[in-house]
Design a protein around this ligand. Structure first.
Ligand SMILES: [Zn+2]
Length: 122
């Protein structure tokens, strides 16, 4: 695999001025919420930082600023907090990708993507 590959950074979709876009919170019933949480937890870890993010909504710790990927999207560990506690609305394209993958992450595929020097994060 050596063609250009773009991984989408979830932060470009959920942050406004480096803060969570509050309009995305408290969305109505989230379909497959458990499966989505499991998917986010099973991501391939690409960076580990022990720095914690404080949640600007409930002021508790939202979790570490470590990043995970499925080869298509990249997201921080703390995203789970916003989904569990505040029903954050995730990009439709991300949800579709999870569904298309049957909520499973192909770690072999992710490894190839990570090792591909033509992989970019946007
Ligand atoms: Zn919170």
């Amino acid at each position: 695999m050596n063609s250009k590959h773009v991984i989408k950074d979830i932060l470009n979709f959920i942050l406004v001025d480096e803060k969570i876009n509050l309009y995305l919170l408290n969305s109505n019933i989230i379909e497959n919420k458990d499966k989505i949480l499991k998917y986010l937890n099973n991501g391939y870890k690409v960076s580990t930082l022990s720095t914690m993010k404080q949640c600007e909504v409930c002021m508790s710790s939202a979790g570490p600023v470590s990043y995970f990927t499925d080869g298509y999207w990249i997201w921080p560990k703390w995203l789970n907090h916003y989904l569990t506690e505040h029903n954050i609305e995730l990009p439709e394209k991300f949800l579709k990708k999870m569904k298309a993958n049957n909520f499973e992450i192909n770690k072999e595929f992710v490894k190839k993507i990570i090792e591909n020097e033509k992989t970019f994060v946007e």
